[in-house]
Design a protein around this ligand. Structure first.
Ligand code: ACO
Length: 324
């Protein structure tokens, strides 16, 4: 019997507070025009002071469970992708497990920064395929506002907070690419580039939380090259081609990265799910937030071929091909 990880439901949560580019321009030397032209970002949501990453994750997870029509007690596993955990330990996933009232199974975090959700889907899919789990909650949740240097205009305008979640369910498939579910995964990293995008703090290195630092132009160059090649690899693994893609759901870092990658892949603009304008870059949360947006707007439909792709600090990058 061939096991597939089929998407049973999705959910999202965005903090109430919306911050516009104009508001940021009052804090740092920037302008709405500069931000829109270079990134496509117009607004971002910022978590309230008392909202932790796990609070965002719980709200998104409750929506995903409701959409899937299952209870937290039906879950075997929680995999949570984040680079902004509540605490150094225990994992944010265990805080979510407890808040959801799930007392069995296992829960852990995955850290691959902006690629975290793509990595987490691969991890969850492996558990399901190996019969170690039937129902898995995969979450991407971040409060990047907590690690931004609000005096650095080159980074603080780019990010936002939020959370999204998917429920994956083990189902019997045939093993060919007409099955619903995760059809392929492809992950990469290259640690030689770790100093182009990093946080200058941490428990072992500095005993501080630190701030995000980035060589934006360098990241941009690597992003388009790595993302187009990894999507090609994932489609090959699934036995599909660019023409078969119904929806490209990229990590929402920057409109120009997304459009350049899609152009290289020959995927038309009408097939791209784009939320960066409203959400900015929410790191590991950006893909599940975009997925939920497209599902609730009835753009993504059952049996559509969806490609998820992301690149982030490390560098890490990857893609998943899913038949919805
Ligand atoms: N407002 C106004 N001016 C600014 C701002 C700002 N917010 N930020 C930088 N500038 C200025 C710089 O100081 C510089 O001025 P100078 O020419 O007088 O020195 C000028 O704008 C150009 O700066 P660059 O950094 O060269 O601008 P660039 O065109 O490369 O755009 C950006 C910067 C938007 C960060 C771009 O490099 C980018 O999108 N990189 C990808 C980074 C990214 O998305 N990372 C997210 C994490 S990784 C991922 O998710 C893929």
């Amino acid at each position: 019997m061939f096991r597939r990880s089929v998407v049973a439901g999705c959910g999202a949560y965005l903090p109430e507070r919306v911050v516009t580019n104009e508001e940021l321009a009052k804090r740092v030397d920037t302008s709405n025009e500069w931000i829109v032209q270079r990134t496509g970002i117009r607004t971002r949501h910022i978590a309230a002071e008392n909202q932790k990453t796990s609070d965002l994750a719980v709200a998104a997870s409750q929506e995903a469970l409701k959409h899937a029509g299952i209870e937290a007690s039906d879950l075997d596993l929680v995999v949570l992708a984040t680079a902004t955990p509540d605490h150094t330990f225990p994992s944010t996933a265990t805080a979510v497990q407890s808040s959801l009232g799930m007392t069995r199974g296992a829960a852990f975090d995955v850290q691959a920064v902006c690629s975290g959700f793509v990595y987490a889907i691969n991890v969850a899919d492996n558990f399901i395929r190996l019969n170690q789990a039937d129902n898995v909650l995969v979450i991407g949740a971040e409060t990047f506002s907590r690690i931004l240097d609000w005096k650095d205009r080159s980074t603080c305008v780019l990010f936002g907070d939020g959370a999204g979640a998917l429920v994956l369910k083990g189902e019997q498939g045939t093993g060919d690419n007409t099955d619903r579910g995760v059809l392929s995964n492809c992950l990469h990293s290259d640690g030689r580039y770790h100093n182009l995008l990093y946080v200058d703090g941490g428990p072992s290195a500095t005993q501080t939380v630190g701030h995000l630092r980035m060589e934006g132009r360098e990241v941009f160059k690597h992003a388009v090259k790595n993302l187009s090649s990894v999507v090609g690899e994932a489609l090959d693994l699934a036995g599909l081609a660019s023409e078969d893609v119904d929806w490209l759901v990229p990590h929402q870092a920057n409109q120009r990265i997304i459009s350049s990658t899609a152009r290289k892949l020959r995927v038309g603009n009408e097939k791209i799910v784009m939320t960066v304008e409203r959400h900015a870059n929410t790191s590991a949360a950006s893909i599940p937030l975009a997925l939920e947006d497209a599902v609730s707007n009835r753009r993504i439909c059952k049996n559509d071929v969806i490609v998820l792709e992301a690149m982030g600090g490390g560098f890490t990058w990857g893609a998943n091909v899913i038949r919805w």
